[in-house]
Design a protein. Structure first.
Length: 279
């Protein structure tokens, strides 16, 4: 004997099933606590979130910083690994590309021969680690790119009225909360909602650059280059002779390695990420 259901009962069962499914989806999408499984900083005010992020960055032992900084209309692309006692990586501008390595106070610059322009020593310096003397005018400028705390202090400052983003976002694979200054005109900072509330991405005011901050606390080796890969010119770097692309360090003209300077304070809303001031 075959059991049969009245049509009305079947329609009622189907309707109940659809309703229950809809309620389940709604509960998952709307009723779940957005802070579940996070570090809880998303519940804080914008000022406190920024404070937590700056404190986390200050306490960190290392970071990988990559992105673009703008100064005086010039754009610089950085890819630097930094820690308290030094750093290494590459800096690019429209005219120059060079690598920097700092171990303690010992700073080395590596670039191709074109970087040194018409210097008599250009052929010998290409693709060598040239030791930058502390007495040379360019030392502080170059060192600034390798100084973790100088860069972070300048980059992470948000002025103006702070506000918290209405929705959480994603930076890479990490959930983050966004803090904006003056509706975004004064910059935007994305802070991790997972583990330590590290800064993950900083968009500077006035289009003055966008950087990402990763590998917080991940240590890496820093060792001086081999002796046969190093050139030491004593108390001053060699000069160039009449080229717009060389370093010209001996004449007091650096290849503009400043991420931002005094002329950047207005464009960046007063955020002075000035590696040239490192020391």
């Amino acid at each position: 004997m075959t059991a049969t259901f009245p049509a009305a009962r079947l329609r009622r069962a189907t309707a109940i099933g659809v309703l229950c499914t809809g309620l389940a989806i709604a509960a998952t999408g709307c009723g779940e606590d957005p802070d579940k499984g996070t570090n809880g900083v998303g519940k804080l005010s914008a000022d406190k979130i920024e404070g937590k992020a700056r404190a986390a960055a200050t306490a960190a032992g290392a970071v990988h910083l990559s992105g673009t900084l703008v100064s005086g209309g010039k754009s610089f692309t950085l890819d630097m690994k930094l820690k308290s006692d030094g750093g290494s990586g590459e800096v690019k501008s429209k005219d120059n590309t060079f690598r920097l390595l700092r171990v303690g106070d010992q700073l080395y610059l590596k670039a191709d021969a074109a970087f040194w322009g018409k210097s008599e020593a250009a052929g010998k310096l290409g693709d060598k680690y040239v030791k930058v003397p502390e007495a040379d005018p360019s030392y502080k400028q170059f060192r600034g790119f390798t100084d973790m705390h100088v860069l972070l202090d300048g980059l992470l400052g948000l002025g103006g009225k702070l506000a918290k983003g209405a929705d959480y976002t994603q930076v890479g694979r990490t959930r983050a909360v966004t803090v904006t200054s003056d509706g975004g005109k004064g910059g935007k900072l994305a802070v991790s909602l997972e583990g330590t509330p590290y800064p993950l991405r900083m968009e500077r005011a006035g289009g003055a650059g966008l950087v990402e901050l990763t590998e917080w606390g991940a240590q890496f080796p820093l060792t001086p280059p081999a002796q046969d890969e190093t050139v030491d010119y004593g108390s001053q770097l060699p000069t160039t002779k009449g080229t717009g692309t060389g370093s010209g360090t001996g004449t007091g003209k650096s290849p503009s390695p400043r991420a931002s300077g005094s002329d950047d304070s207005t464009a960046s809303g007063g955020q002075g990420a000035d590696p040239g001031s490192g020391g």
